[in-house]
Design a protein around this ligand. Structure first.
Ligand SMILES: O=C(O)CCC(=O)C(=O)O
Ligand SMILES: [Fe+2]
Length: 440
């Protein structure tokens, strides 16, 4: 338990789905360890770190060099020291023929285990996947192309392009600077009551959301289609890929019911979202997310989280890029948030979309669980609702869930040292222990 308290990280944004985590000691300049730890961080944090190490180099060059070294701060920084930073060439979108004829890799093995999985791609290499069969074989995702009837996809896109005119970038404090999230977003829920509850009760990275809206007519119209497809894909995944054809431990057995949607807008090739897993606090363990992409095609990257200690080699990680064209539905399955990280990589070039121009709209439909609403979950000593996390890096207690204070998430706040193991039954229902949880 102590390990988590002393390794507590400072979170830097108020972006609901995302983690911008930085160790408190991360900016001591000149240390390779700092740079290599930073390889887990979102692009904007990596840039801030590189910038602090190489203050005379402009941001655009830093980004270019970072991309050329596949996001490794350590390698990018070392290249500066060597005086040979590699610039990325044109043609950032890779190509990959079908993997179907390659042997199975075991990448999508959903059993939560600290064992080092076999990976298809090595660090520094990205495997580009386009084929839905390859994607479900090698990642914890399923992709359905041409998901909606074409006119429905276009009307949803048009509606959300209009909405996105008033989306804002989330700002967060990075040391003494105010940094902006690298895309704009808004959050949609089912009713005005829900809007108010979200604004008053729910905390994201220790902060309240100010921009919460009611689901628009098109978002509501599409929701049952997404619900039906995601539930079908969950069952298919269980039947064909999970051990014994059974749902995972902690995965809820009932149907997935989306009741909220985050909408992101990426305006131009440089807008992105850094590596993160989505917070489980309100979704619970083994959460499934339905993610619909519209407009410009972009790369959705996934990377398995490997335990760090022991003799594991963190450099063994590879990343996989999933091509997400207009009107594709990506299902992030139950093994995704605990065991993998995902990002939207900045692109060097994009193909403009006839309706959206340079913009990509992404909607993540989510199932917010009543039993995990902030009035029912443990509160820390600061009297704030605690956040739910899972042990991802340590072999000891690997895969265990815990509640901790969100105070350290807010810039300038230290937070308290609250820590409590989170207990769930096999179906993912919280098991409150006496007064610790409020849902008994
Ligand atoms: O834009 C995407 O496809 C992913 C967005 C995402 O990861 C999030 O909102 O948490
Ligand atoms: Fe996400």
């Amino acid at each position: 338990m102590e390990a988590f308290i002393t390794r507590k990280k400072r979170k830097l944004d108020a972006d609901p789905g995302h983690h911008l985590l930085l160790n408190d000691n991360q900016l001591a300049p000149g240390s390779n360890e700092i740079a290599s730890e930073a390889d887990d961080e979102p692009t904007e944090v990596k840039l801030a770190i590189l910038s602090s190490l190489h203050p005379s180099v402009d941001q655009e060059t830093l980004l270019d060099i970072l991309l050329a070294h596949d996001g490794s701060v350590l390698e990018a920084s070392a290249a500066f020291k060597d005086g040979k930073p590699r610039k990325k060439g044109s043609g950032v979108v890779g190509s990959q023929s079908s993997l179907r004829f390659f042997p199975r890799s075991g990448l999508a093995n959903p059993e939560l285990s600290p064992k080092k999985p076999k990976l298809l791609s090595k660090k520094g290499k990205t495997l580009f996947l386009f084929d839905p069969i390859d994607i479900s074989e090698h990642t914890p995702c399923t992709v359905l192309h041409n998901f909606l009837p074409a006119e429905e996809a276009d009307s949803l896109l048009k509606e959300l392009l209009e909405e996105s005119k008033s989306f804002e970038k989330i700002t967060f404090k990075l040391f003494d600077n105010v940094v902006e999230s690298p895309h704009t977003s808004s959050f949609y829920v089912g009713s005005l009551d829900e809007v108010n509850r979200q604004k008053m009760e729910y905390l994201y990275s220790g902060a309240r959301l100010t921009d919460v809206r009611e689901l628009t007519p098109e978002l509501s119209r599409v929701k049952p289609r997404v619900e039906q497809a995601v539930n079908r894909e969950i069952q298919e995944r269980i039947r064909t890929r999970y051990p014994g054809g059974k749902k995972l431990k902690y995965q809820p057995p009932g149907p997935w019911r989306p009741n909220a949607a985050f909408v992101n807008c990426y305006n131009g090739p440089q807008e992105s979202v850094g590596w993160h897993s989505d917070r489980l606090t309100y979704l619970g363990p083994r959460a499934v997310i339905g993610s619909l992409s519209l407009g410009v095609a972009r790369e959705f990257r996934v990377r398995r989280v490997l335990p760090r200690d022991g003799d594991d080699d963190p450099d063994a990680q590879g990343q996989i890029s999933i091509h997400l064209p207009h009107n594709s539905l990506l299902v992030m399955h139950a093994e995704m948030q605990e065991e993998w990280k995902h990002s939207i990589a900045p692109a060097q070039a994009i193909d403009p979309h006839p309706i959206a121009g340079n913009k990509r709209i992404n909607i993540t439909y989510r199932d917010y669980r009543d039993e995990l609403s902030p009035s029912r979950t443990p509160h820390c000593r600061c009297d704030l609702p605690a956040i739910l996390r899972v042990v991802q890096r340590k072999k000891e207690n690997f895969g265990r869930y815990f509640w901790m204070c969100c105070g350290g998430d807010s810039p300038g706040e230290a937070g308290c040292s609250f820590f409590q193991w989170a207990e769930f039954d096999d179906d993912g229902n919280p098991m409150w222990d006496g007064a610790k949880g409020k849902g008994t």
